[in-house]
Design a protein around this ligand. Structure first.
Ligand code: FES
Length: 270
């Protein structure tokens, strides 16, 4: 079953996405940079700059051209290992477990994300426990942290062709009449309908994606109650050969942001 992209999908207008972006092909999906920029392909831009410099040098003296071309390699942009990055709540204060449990639950419809480990790698923050004083939610959450083992984080970039949140969004129970894979709650991509199970490590429920979403390893400091991102497990973030490579590090902290989800109740078969 083919699901048409909604107007918000980055690939809207494509009649056949599988032809334009075959599975496995890299393409750049960038979050806005600190300066407010949009999509920037740093590698391509740097290579063009260096080739231009090499050309000027070659025109002035052939002996220097070879030396200049030695540096016509794109600079490595990224990290060599996963940093520990404390999360910051929407209000600018440190995200504590107490706040995460009070502010978010498996019924929260908002798209809550933070970037990690690179600036263009958004991730969902989810608390799949019920709101305070209520019941419900999944009986267990794979990889969850906190007193209820319910707080998890996953890449917010779809593993099919890279649609990011809010096209990829968490659907609380009752959002659609369908239940992909029989699941009451799930992550759904409005671009082509892939779904993932957030209670099972974001395993893939329905295609066209076949891989799980990468899961961010979270750490709960029970002394000061803060929550930090400390790693990523699973496949590389879509659009990156390596989750650690492809943009600049997010910085010493990473603040949550909130968006409204894009809801589309169409589920291709798994
Ligand atoms: S990008 Fe195709 S299903 Fe998400």
């Amino acid at each position: 079953m083919i699901v048409d992209c909604p107007a918000s999908c980055p690939f809207v207008g494509a009649t056949s996405e599988s032809l334009r972006f075959p599975p496995g092909q890299l393409h750049h999906v960038a979050a806005p940079g600190p300066g407010g920029g949009t999509e920037v392909d740093e590698t391509k831009r740097n290579v063009l700059k260096l080739l231009a410099v090499a050309g000027v040098v070659a025109a002035g003296g052939g002996g220097l051209a070879g030396g200049a071309l030695q540096f016509a390699q794109p600079p490595a942009v990224g990290l060599s290992s996963y940093p520990k990055v404390p999360l910051v709540d929407l209000d600018g204060s440190p995200l504590t477990m107490a706040k995460a449990l009070a502010e978010y639950s498996y019924l929260t419809p908002d798209v809550i994300t933070f970037n990690y480990p690179l600036r263009n790698e958004p991730n969902f923050l989810l608390n799949l426990a019920p709101p305070p004083g209520k019941s419900g939610g999944p009986s267990s959450v794979k990889g969850g942290i906190g007193p209820k083992s319910s707080v998890v984080a996953f890449s917010a970039i779809c593993q099919h062709l890279g649609c990011p949140a809010p096209n990829l969004a968490y659907y609380p129970p009752g959002t659609c009449s369908g239940t992909p894979g029989g699941k009451q709650l799930y992550l759904h991509c409005a671009c082509h309908g892939s779904t993932y199970d957030p209670a099972d490590g974001a395993s893939n429920l329905t295609g066209p994606a076949i891989l799980p979403l990468p899961q961010v390893t979270l750490e709960w400091n029970q002394t000061d109650d803060t929550i930090s991102a400390v790693g990523v497990v699973g496949p590389p973030v879509n659009g990156h050969l390596d989750t650690l490579q492809g943009d600049y590090p997010v910085g010493s902290t990473s603040q949550l942001s909130k968006q409204s989800p894009i809801i589309l109740c169409q589920f291709p078969s798994g």
